[in-house]
Design a protein around this ligand. Structure first.
Ligand code: FEO
Length: 395
């Protein structure tokens, strides 16, 4: 992709990674991703905002050459993670006068992770600004979006907020701006769930810091830009502030059909009572879909067989993830089956320490479900319905 003009003397110079399918060797990327970097040319100085993943450093350097960039004065590193900072060493070799502009925490990380010499780095305070001549960059410290060192850069004259990870989406597209809103909403929600949701409370404070800015455009470092910023700002307000919805998330595994039979019956019982259920077979599902569902759900019910006296390993993985992502969940329960015994319930509940959930009486049975098993599942469905009614999630 060639450089793209955004505004007068402001260009997108990043790289699109159509083929990447995994991030951090953990997060599925069904739609690829992009590493957005931006060039801002003032009358006197030139700044590059963020770089790209080191695997695509040549693409960034080539884009800068295509624009005829002979000198860069500042490279703003909003975030130290390598998908944005990894091409810094190459950029600094190519542009020997460039200084890296960062928060103090970011300086430390870049020196340690990328071995960048301290003489090449200058730190900026929260609220400090840098004049490029006719273009002014204002820096807003915004910790924990996604690491402790993160900040935003605000281009005052054009009203562009460069947010790096915040508001991003892993979504490779040839469109510079959001065109397919439904597709980007899904990708941005997945991104929020996997990257930002654990820091929900801190993000509230960061949103507060930018609420009075005149934002004409949000330019994140993954996915398309938002030329209608309200689209993503409104989505974040819903994901962060709104109460959970009348949704039960049901991740499960079944080895010999007993837990599956319970899940099938239980889902029917919940739906009959007017609850929405999102069911995920952990042997098959894209774990990112489960993360997305956790953004809005009020209740999680985990379905597991008993393996070596504990939960199935796929269930352990999903419960660990749900606990780490710290969603808004209010209630939790467990359904499942065992052959001769075990401590499956204790092990799962012991992994939910981050979640402020009320544990509803689990239904764990011996062998294949029988009539009394179904009645117990009915009682659990009744209890969830009543809890959702108490929370005014359902009439
Ligand atoms: Fe896109 Fe936290 O890096």
């Amino acid at each position: 992709m060639k450089p793209r003009k955004i505004k007068e003397d402001v260009y997108w110079v990043g790289a699109i990674d159509w083929d990447r399918r995994l991030f951090d060797e953990l997060i599925p990327l069904p739609d690829g991703t992009s590493y957005n970097a931006y060039l801002v040319k003032g009358d006197e100085k030139t700044a590059l905002i963020d770089t790209v993943d080191p695997t695509m450093a040549d693409v960034l350097i080539d884009n800068l050459k295509q624009l005829g960039v002979k000198n860069i004065d500042y490279v703003v590193a909003n975030h130290a993670e390598q998908d944005h900072s990894g091409a810094l060493p190459q950029v600094l070799r190519q542009y020997p006068d460039a200084k890296v502009v960062v928060t103090a925490k970011c300086k430390n990380l870049l020196m340690n992770m990328l071995l960048i010499h301290q003489n090449r780095i200058m730190t900026v305070e929260d609220g400090e600004s840098l004049s490029l001549g006719g273009k002014t960059l204002e820096f807003i410290h915004a910790p924990w979006v996604h690491w402790p060192e993160t900040m935003f850069a605000y281009l005052r004259e054009d009203g562009i907020l460069f947010t790096c990870d915040l508001f991003g989406s892993h979504f490779a597209t040839s469109d510079l701006y959001v065109t397919d809103e439904a597709a980007v909403y899904e990708a941005a929600k997945r991104y929020y769930a996997e990257i930002m949701m654990p820091f929900r409370k801190v993000i509230e404070r960061n949103l507060e810091k930018i609420k009075d800015l005149q934002i004409n455009m949000v330019a994140p470092s993954h996915g398309p830009l938002y030329d209608k910023p309200e689209f993503i700002l409104e989505a974040y307000r819903d994901w962060i502030y709104a109460p959970p919805k009348n949704i039960v998330v049901l991740p499960y595994v079944s080895m010999h059909g007993s837990t599956k039979k319970m899940v099938e019956y239980f889902v029917g019982a919940l739906v009959e009572r007017g609850l929405t259920v999102k069911q995920f077979n952990l042997a098959k599902t894209d774990i990112g879909k489960l993360a997305i569902a956790l953004v809005d759900a009020a209740t999680i019910v985990v379905g597991s067989p008993t393996v070596l006296a504990g939960p199935h390993p796929n269930v352990v993985y999903a419960v660990y993830l749900a606990n780490a992502l710290r969603p808004k969940l209010k209630f939790a329960s467990i359904i499942g089956s065992y052959g001769w015994g075990g401590r499956m319930v204790e092990q799962i509940t012991g992994m939910l320490s981050n979640l402020k959930v009320e544990l509803l009486e689990p239904v764990v049975i011996k062998g294949f479900p029988k009539e009394e098993s179904f009645r117990a599942l009915d009682r659990l469905a009744d209890q969830i319905l009543n809890k959702h009614k108490e929370q005014k999630l359902i009439k």
